[in-house]
Design a protein around this ligand. Structure first.
Ligand SMILES: N[C@@H](CCC(=O)N[C@@H](CSS)C(=O)NCC(=O)O)C(=O)O
Length: 293
């Protein structure tokens, strides 16, 4: 098994709590002060934008963690680069084929050693660059859920740890948009990468690729919404220019997930969204880790 990945038992609550207290005490009181300073009004768009900027800058303060949120315009996909500032080991989440040169240049400029390209699920709207990255970076491994049906060096399961330097993300299975959807949660539960399970004030569609609104509702309520209120949530897409949200915000304001299950199912069954333009090329390519040959 690759050294970046270890399996753990379900998170030990006491350890998780002590990690959270240790890492977030300062952040929380600072957050409260900032929130009062930045958000005198109630939930205006300007307030939300200011808070989003604050959340991003708070992230950058996490000890020894380098964090970048990158955007691919055509598919409105967020790619995330995380690295240990001491060892320089890095992982990339949901990299997109069209932006491979930008991403690899950044990795080189920052002096990082990319060890893992991981996808939150088998995407239907764009081709992952993880396959091509493997060809361009010696030793790079790819990873995706064992339930995705896709091939990769590492097939992820619930509770696996994705390690880079002293940091790690825990794999949580959050199916519903697809069978193999995963959310990656930081060790101190201060941030999570939700893929297409939870989007900002929305969620992944459930009308193709094993989609199930019932499973998605359960995944979000029983996994993502159980994270701390101030846990920052970073989705795989946003179509309105938003960058980050929190568990507390989504529990309170998500127009789909605040509904009872029955109503949620009705909403999801009536979205009537057009199929993603690239679905017929993206899914077969992504099942092969982004490599066609
Ligand atoms: N127009 C885009 C596809 C937009 C879309 O369907 N997004 C998906 C995630 S990518 S499969 C989704 O789940 N959207 C939920 C929503 O409520 O918008 C394209 O053609 O690529």
């Amino acid at each position: 098994m690759c050294s970046v990945l270890t399996r753990i038992r379900p998170i030990h609550r006491a350890v998780a709590l002590s990690l959270r207290l240790g890492a977030n005490t300062e952040g929380s009181s600072y957050a409260a002060t900032q929130s009062r300073r930045l958000s005198p009004g109630k939930n205006s768009v300007v307030d939300l934008q200011r808070n989003a900027r604050f959340y991003c800058s708070r992230m950058a303060k996490t000890e020894g963690l380098l964090f970048r949120q990158l955007f691919e315009v055509e598919s409105s996909t967020y790619t995330y680069l995380l690295a240990d500032t001491n060892t320089r080991e890095a992982i990339i989440i949901d990299p997109v084929l069209e932006t491979i040169d930008r991403d690899l240049s950044l990795i080189e400029e920052l002096g990082l050693k990319l060890i893992l390209a991981v996808n939150t699920h088998c995407h239907a709207d764009h081709i992952t660059s993880s396959g091509l990255m493997k060809k361009r970076i010696a030793g790079l491994k790819s990873a995706i859920s064992k339930f995705s049906g896709a091939s990769a060096d590492i097939l992820l399961s619930e509770g696996d740890k994705i390690r880079f330097g002293k940091h790690y993300l825990t794999v949580r299975e959050t199916p519903g948009h697809t069978d193999g959807c995963t959310t990656f949660v930081s060790a101190d539960e201060s941030m999570a990468f939700t893929g297409d399970a939870l989007l900002i004030r929305g969620c992944g569609r459930t009308d193709f690729q094993q989609g199930s609104p019932e499973r998605l509702y359960k995944s979000i309520h029983e996994v993502i919404f159980q994270l701390p209120e101030d846990c920052l949530l970073y989705p795989a897409h946003d179509y309105k220019g938003q960058t980050v949200t929190t568990v507390g915000e989504e529990r309170k304001h998500n127009p789909r997930l605040t509904k009872k299950l029955e109503e949620f199912v009705k909403i999801m069954d009536n979205l009537n969204l057009p199929k993603p333009k690239k679905i017929d090329i993206a899914v077969p390519a992504n099942l092969l880790c982004g490599l066609q040959d």
